[in-house]
Structures are given as C-alpha cells and as structure tokens.
Design a protein around this ligand. Structure first.
Ligand code: HEC
Length: 162
C-alpha cells in the first residue's frame, strides 16, 4: 500500500483491486509466453529427430528383421562375393583364381570333401574358412562349389542339413 500514493481510503481499495487484477492479467500473459516456445514442437531439432525416428520406426524394424534373416544360409555366390572373392576373384596372395582351370585342376582332384576339409583348416595364405570362423561348413561347401564349378568342376551343391 505504501507503493501507491492514494488520496483516500475507499479510492485506495478500488485502485488496489484494479492493480491486483492487472498484475494477475500480466502474470497470465507471462505464463502463456513462457509456455509459447514449446508450442511449435517440430521446430526443436531434438523433437524433430524424435518425430522422424518414430515415423521411420516401422520401416527400420522391417529392415532389421530382414538383416536377421540374412544371417541364415546364403548361396555360394553370395558368400564368394562377400568373403572369398577378395582373394579368389583376383588371385591375390596366390589364391587359385575363379575361372582359372589350370590353377584349380590339381585341387579339384581332392574332391569336394577334401576341399572343404582343406578350406576349413586353412592352407598357407588361405586362412581357415577364408578368415570367417562363423561360416558353417555347409556355407563353406556352397562357396567352394560355386568357385570350383566356375573353374572346371561340376560339383553338386550340398543339400541343407535338417
Ligand atoms: C585372404 C585370401 C583368401 C581368402 C579370403 C579366401 N581364400 Fe581360399 N585360398 C587362398 C589361397 C592363397 C589359396 C591357395 C593356398 C595354397 O594352396 O597355398 C586358397 C585356396 C583355397 C582352396 C583350395 C584348397 C586346396 O586344398 O587346394 C579352396 C577350396 C579355397 N581356397 C576356398 C575358399 C573359400 C570357400 C573362401 C571363402 C569362404 C576362401 N577360400 C577365401 C586365399 C584366400
């Protein structure tokens, strides 16, 4: 009350009432303004990223499910492309090149089982399982069949074991 100089008591109460209403109104506006920045949520980069993540989540989940399925048996060609081709595609490190019948002929004499054994154990610069220890013997055999059959062999692809 000492803040405002007022001529009489009654007018003073009225002024205080008006002042109180004014202050409450200002507080209301201030409260609204304080909340305003959070209103356009998409403008916030974090919120935008979150919204994008939510929007693509179903697609991402499908992609992950597909990737999980892809870790199963692969064709020989897929394995050769992914692993063996690094050496056998070019003949790097002295690897018998895919399609080089002369280089493969003495090896094919081992038969498919012999080649699978040899490739599983590794041989000189050829790392065990081509450097991929997680490769199943079935997948390794398929990869060998794929490479060998492009290099003069006519191996039958081993069937999936059940
Ligand atoms: C780091 C290079 C490299 C990679 C990767 C590689 N190989 Fe080889 N591989 C070789 C080399 C070098 C030889 C020849 C070894 C020798 O006879 O001295 C060879 C030989 C072989 C042979 C013949 C073995 C024998 O007894 O004559 C087979 C079969 C073979 N690799 C299969 C594979 C398969 C299947 C893969 C993929 C899963 C693979 N290799 C990946 C380097 C590689």
């Amino acid at each position: 009350m000492s803040l405002v100089k007022l001529p009489s008591r009654s007018r003073g109460s009225a002024s205080i009432l008006v002042l109180t209403i004014l202050i409450l109104a200002l507080l209301g506006v201030a409260a609204l303004m304080a909340r305003a920045p959070s209103a356009p949520r998409a403008a916030d980069p974090d919120v935008a990223a979150e919204q994008t993540a939510t929007a693509i989540a179903p697609v991402a989940r499908v992609e992950m499910a597909k990737a999980a399925v892809d870790t199963g048996p692969k064709t020989g060609e897929q394995i050769v492309t992914a692993i063996c081709g690094a050496c056998h595609g070019t003949g790097a490190a002295g690897a018998p090149k895919i399609g080089d019948k002369a280089a493969w002929a003495p090896r094919l004499a081992l038969g498919l089982d012999g080649l699978v054994k040899s490739a599983t154990a590794g041989k000189n610069a050829m790392p065990p399982k081509g450097g991929n220890p997680n490769l199943s013997s079935l997948d390794l055999a398929r990869a060998i069949v794929f490479m060998a059959n492009k290099s003069g062999a006519s191996f039958k692809e081993p069937a999936e074991k059940k």
